[in-house]
Design a protein around this ligand. Structure first.
Ligand code: IVH
Length: 280
């Protein structure tokens, strides 16, 4: 059971919808002043809660329905990027650190090639590949997959307090936790949109799949004042990128027979460059 629920995010599909989010925030707070926000990539992975007691990793759990997740501690401990203990001077009695476990794009593609060879259906996206790798009953399989972690959120804490998202991120870095690539602290919605554009431009160069950008009100007092709707906080939003698209020809379709006799149709495409990779 998560001590504090793990929430989801409201989506924005255009820059105008991002501006509307900022307007709602200001209206709710009854302020005309520019708001400070953090902006970072939205990772296409699996949300995770890492509970540390007296600085030692005690439990790792999936988001589940937001209130109760699966205990995946044994498998998570095989991921090199996950700190077994909190480094530094400020070690709290207890802290829930939230983040995304994700798979390297190259690893995702290699895994799918292997699955196709075995006649297994490929993972539809890196998120499913990360989830499949974490839910392995055999943790030695998890340990062989190239899985990483980006920490971006906080749940229950005892013995430490933060006043803002940026202060928390700074603490995470000092404590040697990986944080999102390109995370920025900005003021006002114009600067938010500049960072969103930068993330979208650099998206193809990331080693991970980013399906959007996440915008969060920086100040924790303001976050508290804004509160939560049912499952989504009023203080955050996800800007969703348009899916990568390309047009190509299907050269052939074969019926691939797997070990179990399951038949998977496999299409051979005329190779096409998309989102920094070649799809065939
Ligand atoms: S913040 C209230 N930051 O998106 C804040 N989530 O739609 C909730 N996600 O379940 C999460 N990258 O799995 C946050 N940089 C990021 C994220 C991120 C990916 C996922 C996460 C969450 C879902 C919400």
């Amino acid at each position: 059971k998560h001590t504090e629920p793990m929430l989801s995010l409201d989506n924005a599909f255009s820059h105008d919808e991002v501006r509307e989010f900022d307007e709602r925030v200001k209206r709710f707070l009854k302020t005309g002043k520019e708001i400070e926000y953090t902006v970072e990539p939205k990772y296409d992975g699996l949300a995770m809660e890492l509970t540390y007691r007296n600085g030692i990793l005690y439990k790792a759990s999936t988001r589940g329905d937001g209130y109760e997740g699966e205990d995946v501690t044994v498998n998570i401990k095989t991921i090199k990027a996950v700190p077994m203990k909190i480094e530094g001077e400020e070690v709290p009695e207890e802290i829930d650190i939230r983040g995304e476990v994700y798979i390297d794009i190259k690893e995702f593609e290699a895994l799918n090639r292997e699955r196709a060879k075995e006649g297994e259906s490929p993972f539809a996206n890196p998120r499913n590949a990360a989830a499949g790798s974490i839910r392995q009953l055999d943790s030695s399989i998890t340990s062989k997959r190239k899985l990483y972690l980006a920490c971006y959120g906080i749940g229950f804490t005892k013995g430490i307090e933060f006043t803002s998202q940026w202060e928390f991120i700074t603490w995470l870095k000092k404590a040697r936790f990986p944080v999102p690539a390109l995370i920025k602290l900005v003021r006002g919605i114009d600067e938010v949109i500049d960072v969103i554009k930068e993330i979208e431009e650099k998206r193809g160069a990331f080693s991970f799949e980013a399906d959007g950008a996440v915008i969060k009100v920086n100040d924790f007092e303001l976050q508290k004042a804004l509160g939560i709707k049912t499952r989504e906080p009023r203080w955050a939003a996800a800007y969703k990128f348009k899916a990568h698209q390309a047009i190509t020809n299907i050269n052939d379709i074969i019926a691939s027979v797997g070990r179990t006799g399951a038949i998977t149709p496999v299409a051979f495409l005329e190779p096409v460059r998309i989102g920094g990779v070649t799809v065939s």
